[in-house]
Design a protein around this ligand. Structure first.
Ligand SMILES: Nc1ncnc2c1ncn2[C@@H]1O[C@H](COP(=O)(O)OP(=O)(O)OP(=O)(O)O)[C@@H](O)[C@H]1O
Length: 264
């Protein structure tokens, strides 16, 4: 479904600040797989997702989505198939527009229809139903401006926007990291529910190792632009945080260093 072949990205090449962010990464992700991605500071996790979404273009290698080579396809042309969420709940929604208008825009993404028909009564009922599923009391607030919502409510709306027209791929870049623990748990539970119910192929960066092992089907660990661990099946089921940290030390010869890393 998603294929990365010999993907490379270096920032400031040929200068003293040269940084090899992605170093010959190969990855095959079958349709419907939910991958969690962990690694130290500057390991290349966000860059990898940005190469997949088209926010960055690689120096070499290829990105293939559903059999189509999208390596150099501009980001806006991939947006219809790829949902991308970030840590900052203020990104991804338009604060001066209402919940209904934000959802309408997401629903129509990639089509040429105007906003007007999308705010019809039929769509309002559909959006209300989707909002009810979030269980955040937002179903009766379609006309509320998104800028008035809390960070957690806003991130839940962003998640809904990213998935409302079922993307081929969902990229989550520490999307719960800026929320308080209770809200983060709720948004993560919502994420798992939406991904499971719609069988969306998902890559989720997390700084929480336990949740990396608990969520999804497969866990990748990155270091210095490479995937150094790829866990799935029985091996992953039996994995503990302590064993994973030990494996990381063995593979990389270093301690896992991430100032936001949570070990439990
Ligand atoms: N736009 C950019 N310009 C220059 N260097 C960059 C840019 N984006 C990332 N880098 C560098 O590329 C490397 C990988 O960064 P990236 O943000 O992908 O790491 P990460 O694994 O997501 O880290 P973290 O967990 O700290 O967010 C780092 O050395 C970073 O400084």
């Amino acid at each position: 479904m998603l294929e990365l072949r010999e993907l490379c990205k270096t920032f400031y090449a040929g200068t003293v600040n040269e940084r090899k962010a992605i170093d010959h990464v190969n990855l095959t992700v079958p349709e419907g797989e939910f991958i969690t991605l962990i690694g130290g500071n500057g390991a290349g996790k966000s860059t990898l997702l940005k190469l997949i979404s088209g926010s960055y273009l690689p120096d070499s290698g290829s990105v293939t989505l559903s059999g189509k080579d999208v390596t150099y396809l501009p980001e806006h042309k991939r947006a219809r198939n790829i949902g991308h969420l970030f840590q900052d709940p203020l990104m991804g929604t338009a604060p001066s527009m209402t919940i209904e208008e934000n959802l309408s825009l997401a629903y129509l993404r990639g089509t040429h229809r105007s906003l007007a028909p999308a705010t019809s009564r039929k769509n309002a009922a559909f959006f209300r139903e989707k909002l009810r599923e979030l269980d955040l009391g937002l179903e009766d607030r379609l006309k509320t401006r998104v800028g008035l919502l809390s960070g957690g409510q806003r991130q839940a709306i962003t998640l809904l926007m990213a998935t409302i027209s079922t993307p081929k791929l969902l990229l989550l870049d520490e999307h719960t990291a800026a929320l308080d623990p209770a809200t983060a748990d709720k948004v993560l539970a919502l994420t798992r529910k939406i991904v499971r119910e719609n069988t969306i192929t998902t890559l989720m960066i997390t700084h929480n190792i336990q949740s990396a092992l608990d969520c999804g089907d497969r866990t990748l660990m990155m270091q210095q632009g490479k995937i150094i661990l790829d866990l799935s099946g029985k091996e992953r089921e039996r994995m503990t945080v302590e064993k994973l940290l030990e494996l990381f030390r063995q593979k990389s010869g270093e301690q896992l260093d991430n100032d936001r890393m949570l070990l439990s």
